[in-house]
Design a protein around this ligand. Structure first.
Ligand code: 3H9
Length: 685
């Protein structure tokens, strides 16, 4: 079947784009559109055209799967040129998504009308590219340069009501979109309204400068943002055709970049992660009410995730003080949103009204999903599960937010181990995109399916892991941390390691992160692990020495760095250097200088090796799941695609050499993963 078919309504041709599931603008779509537009334009019996999508959207954008190879003609700009050359008005009828090339096609039409639930926007920068079919030139002619800069650089998806207010749409309609579009097309008679012919709206130069400066500050280090800002600004600096050609050339250049390849990989990795083996026939259980036990930082953030998705939340705490503090934390989160203009007073009141605070676990009797976010201790969690078991209704899903502990042991104290699942949120839960869903031995398929459906509903990137110390993320992060600390013993200093990893693209280095989260937690975990480990396993030493001196990080005013009262940025501390030097001496290591590149390769190779082990142990299902976890939960730079994607783009010998150094530093207990086999699966064919 053709991707574009034409139906006639008297003198109006309706071009229906039909390329399930989201009408991506593949070659078939572009080719079909071009032929249909040209033929309708040449038909003297026709007076106007309507473009509309079949299924659930208009056009979700270019077909990203085509981006790894040179694009085949006709391209979207040729389709738009044909629409502009046609002397009959063309109306875009938008429902669902009109994003990227889809919205650019709509901008190439003479009018845009949409349903109230439609979403429009130019999200290209999230894929490391800029719009390539005139979006950066036509959008400013409707909304002004400042707003266009904000939209293109933030990749924001705009709801119909706002799009109408801003002038991106001509009308928002209730009821039958197609009928309304045909009517609109008829009413246009033969009037054309090409956006390329419109002047840019008047605006203050200052507003444009501010928008550009904000966009560049937020998009620091991301090539696509700077290019997108420059392209939008060209709309005021260059003749239309020249700016259009320049935009296209930039789009093509960026499309071929490593950064764009990495971001495309992550786009598909997110969708792939939802396909979990063994769930083919599983149907999620309905969830209408959620319970959260524990109103601390984590619990309150988790509650906000569900409140934001329109689900009522019962929040349970042990005593009135803690309960009040939990509710207050939720209010504070919303208050910050209110101040930043992210939500209205009315919306805030509505969400807060959906919280039911309670001091009794019995208040969770009607909840469909209960998540515990209490102290990270097996005995505490088991006691809670024991108490909850007889109170929850049959079929309720009981989730733990544990980040390390063995979920099988938690489930074992209940009569409903099949209903137990891990929902590991990252702090702050309402902000971080990652959700590690942990599948215990006994977790029922429909319980796992429920967790995945919930993850999607609250807008998280969900990745399923099996039970194992630290699941996917914390286990890899811990291997990385160990390696960074081994490098200290061999000659590096914390600030050198941090600087090298920030230069790689991490927002913060591992030691700055450790100071922020607190060294005492890692210390306790290591003591527990060391007690169970064999003699061959090597543990780094410096952290222990710091903790023995009470240097627990920022909260203590000292950790890997020294902190002035209330400061969040630490200063290099000679005492830390002295401790590091002393540990090297005790271990009889001759200290040597590390280059930033060597630090990066060692630290990342440790991640890669641990990932290969996780895949062998089947704790992670696929390589791209691991990359998703590290990018969305641990600050790994998205433009590098994740540790495994990054390594798959480096020379084999380089990775092998880095792995040898990791092995040498890690001692006799080191286990090597099948790194090459894993990377082979990711290397470009
Ligand atoms: C662009 O347009 C550049 C231009 O400027 C260049 C000049 C023309 N391509 O997300 P879902 C697949 S760049 C190929 O689960 P939802 C997706 O992989 C593009 N495939 O559904 C999945 O496949 P599968 C700018 C695509 O309802 C299936 O469709 N546009 C594309 O949760 C369902 O997807 C964007 O960045 C695509 N463009 O969300 C928008 N899009 O079933 C990207 C989706 O095999 N898309 N697929 O796993 C989205 O944001 C969401 O898909 C959307 C629907 C909101 C539309």
């Amino acid at each position: 079947m053709s991707a574009v078919r034409v139906e006639r309504e008297d003198s109006v041709a309706v071009l229906i784009i039909d390329n399930p599931p989201v009408n991506a603008a593949s070659w078939e779509v572009r080719n079909g559109l071009l032929a249909a537009v040209q033929s309708a334009c040449a038909d003297p019996a026709l007076r106007a055209l309507v473009l509309i999508g079949a299924g659930r959207s208009f056009i979700a954008g270019a077909d990203i799967r085509e981006f790894d190879k040179p694009l085949r003609d006709p391209q979207m700009p040729a389709v738009i040129a044909a629409i502009e050359a046609c002397d009959k008005p063309v109306v875009a009828a938008i429902h669902g998504a009109a994003l990227g090339g889809g919205f650019e096609l709509a901008l190439g039409c003479d009018a845009r009308i949409a349903t109230a639930e439609a979403l429009v926007g130019l999200p290209e920068t999230t894929l490391g590219i800029i719009p390539g079919a005139g979006g950066t030139q036509r959008l400013p002619r409707l909304v002004g340069t400042a707003v266009a800069i904000e939209m293109v650089s933030s990749a924001r998806r705009v709801k119909a009501a706002e799009a109408l207010r801003l002038g991106m749409l001509d009308a928002v309609v209730e009821g039958d979109l197609r009928a309304a579009a045909v009517r609109h097309a008829r009413e246009m008679a033969s009037r054309k309204r090409r956006l390329r012919d419109l002047p840019l709206p008047e605006e203050r130069a200052e507003a444009v400068e501010t928008a550009a400066a904000n966009a560049l500050a937020r998009g620091k280090g991301r090539a696509a943002i700077a290019e997108a800002v420059a392209a939008v600004r060209d709309s005021a600096r260059l003749p239309f055709s020249e700016a259009l050609a320049k935009e296209r050339a930039t789009f093509q250049r960026l499309r071929e970049s490593e950064e764009a390849a990495a971001l495309r990989y992550l786009f598909f990795a997110e969708r792939e992660a939802a396909r979990v083996s063994g769930l083919e026939a599983a149907k999620p259980r309905p969830v209408h009410q959620v319970g959260v036990v524990g109103g601390g930082l984590m619990g309150s953030g988790i509650a906000v995730c569900f409140l934001d998705a329109g689900l009522p939340v019962t929040l349970v705490e042990r005593d009135q003080g803690a309960l009040d503090a939990g509710v207050e934390r939720i209010r504070a989160i919303y208050h910050r949103g209110l101040q930043a203009g992210r939500l209205s007073q009315e919306e805030m009141a509505k969400r807060v009204a959906c919280i039911t605070p309670s001091l009794s676990l019995a208040a969770l009797a009607s909840a469909d999903l209960v998540i515990e976010a209490v102290f990270e201790d097996m005995a505490v969690k088991q006691a809670l599960f024991r108490d909850l078991d007889p109170l929850l209704k049959q079929g309720a899903v009981l989730a733990s937010n544990t980040s390390y502990l063995n979920l099988d042991r938690m489930g074992a104290v209940t009569k409903r181990p099949a209903d137990i699942v891990g929902l590991h949120f990252f702090s702050p839960a309402q902000v971080m995109r990652l959700l590690e869903i942990v599948r215990a031995e006994a977790t029922a398929p429909d319980v796992l399916a429920t967790a995945l459906a919930m993850g999607k509903r609250i807008g998280k990137v969900s990745v399923v892991a099996r039970v194992g110390e630290g699941f996917i993320g914390n286990r890899i992060y811990s291997a990385y941390r160990f390696q960074c600390e081994f490098m200290l013993e061999e000659g590096a200093y914390p600030e050198e390691v941090d600087a090298a990893l920030v230069a790689f693209g991490f927002a913060m280095g591992p030691f700055a992160v450790s100071d922020m989260s607190g060294l005492d937690i890692a210390w306790a975990t290591r003591k527990r692990l060391a007690a169970a480990a064999d003699a061959a396993t090597r543990f780094p030493e410096v952290l222990n020495r710091l903790c023995e001196k009470g240097r627990f990080g920022q909260k203590a005013g000292a950790g890997w760095y020294r902190y002035a009262q209330g400061a969040r940025r630490g200063a290099v501390d000679p005492e830390v250097r002295a401790i590091v030097d002393a540990v090297s001496r005790e271990k009889k290591v001759t200290r040597r200088v590390f280059t930033p590149e060597e630090i990066q390769h060692r630290a990342l190779a440790a991640m890669v090796n641990e990932a290969a082990l996780l895949l062998r142990e089947k704790i992670a299902e696929r390589a791209s799941d691991v990359d998703l976890v590290m990018v969305n939960g641990y600050g790994f730079p998205a433009q590098r695609g994740g540790p495994l994607f990054w390594a798959s783009r480096r020379p084999r010998e380089e990775i092998a050499a880095a792995l040898d150094s990791v092995a040498a530093a890690s001692g006799a207990g080191f286990r090597r993963g099948d790194v090459d086999a894993v990377l082979d699966g990711l290397r470009p064919k």
